[in-house]
Design a protein around this ligand. Structure first.
Ligand SMILES: [Zn+2]
Length: 154
């Protein structure tokens, strides 16, 4: 984790905040980066698009793949404001980025009313590597007076 990782995670959280403020959907944002540049980003648009699959990660993956003119996100890093749900984790797996960082945990999401525990059997990657893709938590606070720090490996 470095300052760039923190900056990209801040952007993901900013997208989450803005998307919720604009009533686009739930408070989730995602940024996809390659070679230090944002190649795709998005926020949850489930309620505004009437699309239950319009999670931030899916929106960002579609944008990045379109930009890169590729169906895979080779050498890309995904920064998402919350631990991916099983649907997004599946999409991330198929997109094949090299790393994933998330801020909030699935427990944080459940506490906010976004509980996907019923889907947990589909997510048995805990304490393991997801087909070579690291899934690591990078907790970042938007407020300047709260120090940023990673919580280490999940
Ligand atoms: Zn999702």
């Amino acid at each position: 984790m470095n300052q760039n990782d923190i900056a990209f995670m801040r952007r993901a959280i900013e997208l989450a905040q803005n998307g919720a403020d604009d009533d686009q959907g739930g408070p989730f944002g995602c940024v996809i980066v390659r070679d230090g540049q944002i190649v795709g980003e998005g926020c949850n648009q489930v309620t505004s698009a009437n699309d239950p699959t319009a999670h931030a990660e899916i929106v960002a993956i579609r944008a990045a793949c379109k930009n890169l003119n590729s169906f895979q996100l080779t050498d890309c890093t995904v920064y998402t404001s919350c631990e991916p749900c099983p649907m997004c984790l599946g999409a991330i797996y198929w997109a094949r980025p090299s790393a994933i960082y998330f801020a909030g945990t699935r427990e944080d999401a459940a506490a906010a009313g976004f509980d996907d525990a019923i889907l947990q059997p589909a997510r048995q990657y805990d304490d393991a590597r997801l087909f070579g893709i690291g899934l690591e938590q990078l907790a970042v606070c938007l407020r300047a007076d709260v120090p940023c720090e990673g919580r280490g490996n999940k």
